[in-house]
Ligand binder design. Structure first.
Ligand SMILES: NC(=O)C1=CN([C@@H]2O[C@H](COP(=O)(O)OP(=O)(O)OC[C@H]3O[C@@H](n4cnc5c(N)ncnc54)[C@H](OP(=O)(O)O)[C@@H]3O)[C@@H](O)[C@H]2O)C=CC1
Ligand SMILES: O=C1O[C@H](COP(=O)(O)O)[C@@H](O)[C@H](O)[C@H]1O
Length: 510
């Protein structure tokens, strides 16, 4: 097991939603699993005027996100966990000097003997990231002479290639790249990491993992919810920035990358960057017109209840042209993937929540069994990221009886079968990694920029291009039918069900 140094975690934006929803529950789980270092405290900070007790009430005792846990035998341990949490208010603005914050950190460090190791977690509006880094440096809180200092930066990392570069440059003035941890919570998901293991620890997949055997790759990320309470943020972002630029391109990079030399962070990250740099950037109008589809959900009835359309959501402009659905077809310009189409889509208000990668293999080059009797008979490898996490291979078997009738069968593995193994939540895993100084599952500066480089022209086309279409789709269906036009050979998107083995086929809207 890796060693976790004693340390302080300072959370900027501690009065916010993410702290209560993900960070504190993640830390509580680590505490229950005895994964926190012996001397560890959390210092929350933001503009709100809260005492230590107010903060503890808010994020532990009265937290809706810990309610279930606190109702069980873990209740007794909540108090000792809560006693590790402290709060310091930063005054009216983050543009203040941090001398009070520094004093508080020093006092807590002495009192709890945590050493000078500190993680600063930036969970504020993104426009404050650079300012906070600068203020920390001005207060001398970034120096590493009395313990390491790390900076975790929440998403979104930039709004475009230009702003991401500017942010990287800004942060690098105060923190070295080795100190910066750009979070992408999809990388904290076990099943996303398992993409690497599936590919590189088996000799049965990798030899086929190329243009000679793979027809196309399809990735679906669907959410059944709408924008919930984040309409204000989402309307300035949209599906492409919110999910595609980061989480989905991270998944793409793991599917596309070459084998790394080993499992060291930089070896893996180098290969991911190369993969992202090999995505074929769409430059001209015709390519962008033919290979991108965007849409917005419109009001409809789901299970007898009216569901609001996107433009009716709180915080969303009534004439908004922000996409809640994005489907992109693209190619990867390298030796392995030349000519293999990748189809990637992400959307809100879909029939079910699901994320999966489907690798579609080519048909055998010589067909012996004419009477296959199968619709969609080619082999598929389905890597299910969530829910019902697992892996399924579809392959042909002989139907008993005369002749050679072929049917499709499943070979499957379910994570739920590993009942003895505790699977960490994404934030829990990522927090622990940062505490241990392992940046493998965090995005590097050049990785983020390479992803923006691919996304920028699409965003620009959707904003300024001519003939850009915005389709509507009823909440609760699989997006606009027009997205099927992207798939070569009159194909359809695979519309997955709740469970890995569900086989809804290739209906347009089921
Ligand atoms: N919530 C989520 O599920 C997710 C959030 N994120 C990212 O995490 C970050 C935080 O998100 P979230 O917690 O939802 O946001 P919230 O709006 O709930 O919280 C933001 C925090 O920043 C502080 N803040 C807000 N405005 C200012 C300001 N002008 N000056 C100084 N401080 C300010 C707020 O505290 P106070 O007003 O007291 O200062 C609050 O603590 C964002 O970058 C978001 O994109 C990423 C993925 C998911
Ligand atoms: O980063 C984000 O992710 C969530 C979806 O995360 P998941 O782990 O539930 O799949 C998404 O709802 C949100 O809009 C986005 O900002």
């Amino acid at each position: 097991m890796k060693k976790t140094d004693n340390q302080i975690l300072v959370i900027f934006g501690a009065s916010g939603d993410l702290t209560a929803r993900k960070l504190i529950p993640g830390l509580f789980n680590l505490y229950l699993a005895k994964q926190l270092p012996e001397k560890f405290i959390v210092l929350g900070t933001s503009r709100s005027d809260l005492t230590d007790e107010d903060f503890r009430k808010r994020v532990v005792y009265e937290s809706p996100y810990l309610k279930e846990k606190l109702g069980t035998q873990e209740n007794g341990r909540a108090e000792s966990f809560a006693n590790m949490l402290f709060y310091e208010d930063l005054g009216g603005d983050y543009d203040t000097d941090y001398s009070n914050l520094r004093k508080r950190v020093e006092t807590l460090k002495e009192e709890f003997n945590t050493s000078g190791n500190i993680i600063y977690y930036l969970s504020t509006p993104p426009r404050l990231y650079e300012t906070i880094a600068q203020n920390l440096a001005d207060a001398g809180m970034n120096t590493q002479n009395n313990g390491w200092k790390r900076l975790i930066v929440e998403k979104p990392f930039g709004y475009s290639l230009e702003t991401a570069k500017k942010l990287n440059k800004g942060l690098h003035q105060y923190f070295d790249e080795s100190q910066i941890y750009r979070i992408d919570h999809y990388l904290g998901k076990e099943t996303v990491q398992n993409l690497l293991v599936t590919r590189f620890s088996n000799s049965i997949f990798e030899p086929l993992w190329n243009r000679n055997y793979i027809k196309h790759v399809e990735i679906t990320n669907a959410e059944s919810v709408g924008v919930e309470k984040r309409g204000g943020y989402y309307d300035k972002s949209g599906a492409l920035r919110d999910m595609f630029q980061n989480h989905l391109l991270q998944i793409v990079s793991l599917v596309v990358m070459e084998p790394p030399i080993g499992d060291e962070p930089e070896e893996i990250r180098n290969e991911k960057v190369k993969a992202l740099k090999s995505l074929q950037i769409m430059k001209d109008h015709k390519t962008l017109y033919n290979n991108t589809v965007r849409a917005q959900y419109v009001a409809s009835e789901v299970h007898g209840e009216r569901v609001k359309g996107y433009r009716e959501e709180d915080g969303v402009e009534s004439d908004s042209i922000t996409e809640t659905y994005a489907a992109i077809k693209f190619y990867v310009n390298n030796w392995r993937w030349e000519g293999v189409p990748f189809y990637v889509r992400t959307a809100k208000r879909m029939p079910t929540k699901v994320t999966e990668v489907v690798v579609h293999f080519k048909s055998p080059h010589h067909q012996i069994f004419k009477d296959s009797g199968m619709n969609n008979k080619d082999n598929k490898l389905i890597i299910r990221i969530q829910p019902d996490e697992g892996i399924l291979v579809k392959f042909g078997v002989k139907v008993p009886g005369q002749g050679f009738k072929v049917e499709r069968a499943n070979l499957d593995f379910y994570y739920s079968s590993l009942t003895q193994t505790y699977v960490m939540e994404a934030y829990e895993r990522l927090l622990l990694d940062a505490m241990q100084g392992d940046a493998t599952l965090y995005a590097r500066a050049d990785e983020v920029e390479a992803a923006w480089e691919f996304v920028d022209p699409i965003l620009d086309y959707w904003k300024n291009g001519k003939d850009v279409r915005m389709y509507g789709y009823a909440a609760g269906v699989w997006g606009p039918e027009n997205a099927d036009d992207l798939i070569e050979g009159n194909g359809f998107w695979r519309n997955p069900g709740k469970n890995l083995a569900d086989d809804p086929g290739y209906c347009v809207i089921c």
